[in-house]
Design a protein around this ligand. Structure first.
Ligand SMILES: C[S@@+](CC[C@H](N)C(=O)[O-])C[C@H]1O[C@@H](n2cnc3c(N)ncnc32)[C@H](O)[C@@H]1O
Length: 309
């Protein structure tokens, strides 16, 4: 099966256009996936450019190893983008990167894979890790965490109104049988949710919450944003494709931090225009109606473009 047949990159042209300020530049695709954005970056840049692709998922890495084997300008890395500062030092590009692309969250390949546990529509082992070589999967966590912690995860990362009932029923169920598969959890959620949402499957919020928690998605995003200033060259850009309000919140908080933290002691009598901003938001892009109709996954997407000052 060819993975590119069923992952349609979101806002590919818009994101790459915002990323590329210099055709001979150095770029990082921090969420390589099945290379949709990466292939366009390679197409649009010169033979002098360099591109570094990172993914936590070993399946995506193996796919790109074959797909991009002939491409001399491209370097592949299995790992988490929160370590980008270390990778950039190893690659000798720390402080010289012209743009970093983040296309956050899951790919369609994850949702469609029968064995990954990301989808509430398919029965599979309850895993949901991007990196299956590290850490505990969702089934291990929900079978061992205390009820209060499960409730907080569902509330915090899924904004789930019935988090208390779901957590209670998880504990009740696991006292007889460990919860191992997606559809067992869906059944527990369906029995716990009292008012059904007409537009969303009952399990949407809980699955999102557990995925964010197991992959520490918001923590690693926060970490890499704070590291990015020193990784980028002057005027270097961060292009972030987000899919939900919690990712947007992390970016907004980072922008507020950048506006307040101007690297100068607060009490110094210094003129305001002398203070240096770290990043400026230069653009926000939403998908066109045409893209949403061709690729429903893009419906909730937004691009945030930040430029180093
Ligand atoms: C939405 S997909 C990217 C799709 C890609 N742009 C394409 O067009 O094929 C997100 C990818 O980022 C990876 N990922 C998620 N969090 C990551 C992290 N912290 N570090 C590295 N890769 C990550 C996932 O494994 C997934 O393959």
């Amino acid at each position: 099966m060819n993975n590119t047949d069923y992952h349609i990159p979101v806002m590919k042209h818009e994101a790459v256009e915002q990323l590329l300020s210099n055709n001979d530049g150095i770029y990082v695709d921090a969420t390589l996936g099945y290379g949709g954005h990466t292939r366009l970056i390679l197409e649009k840049t010169s033979s002098k450019s360099k591109l570094y692709g990172i993914d936590k998922d070993i399946d995506a890495i193996e796919f790109n190893k074959k797909e991009l084997a002939q491409e001399k300008r491209f370097t592949l890395k299995h790992g988490c983008f929160s370590s980008l500062d270390e990778y950039a030092k190893t690659w000798n590009i720390y402080g010289s990167v012209n743009g970093i692309l983040f296309d956050l969250g899951v790919s369609s390949v994850h949702l469609d894979s029968a064995d990954r546990g990301f989808s509430f529509n398919k029965n599979a082992p309850l895993d949901m890790r991007f990196d299956r070589t590290h850490g505990k999967c969702v089934s291990q966590l929900i079978n061992e965490l205390p009820e209060s912690e499960i409730e907080s995860i569902l509330k915090l990362y899924g904004q789930e109104k019935f988090s208390r009932r779901i957590a209670k029923n998880i504990i009740k169920h696991r006292s007889n049988n460990p919860i191992e598969n997606t559809l067992e959890l869906v059944d527990i959620i369906n029995k716990s949710v009292i008012v059904n949402d007409k537009n969303k499957h009952n399990a949407t919020r809980s699955f999102q919450a557990l995925r964010i928690f197991v992959n520490k998605e918001l923590d690693v995003l926060r970490e890499v944003l704070h590291k990015s200033y020193n990784i980028l060259a002057p005027k270097g850009r961060l292009v972030l494709i987000t899919y939900h309000s919690l990712e947007e919140r992390v970016i907004k908080d980072f922008i507020i931090f950048c506006d307040n933290n101007q690297n100068t002691p607060r009490k110094m009598p210094i003129k305001k225009d002398f203070l240096k901003k770290m990043f400026t938001v230069i653009k926000k892009v939403k998908p066109s109606d045409k893209e949403i109709s061709l690729n429903p996954r893009s419906r909730s997407a937004k691009i945030n473009v930040l430029e180093k000052q």
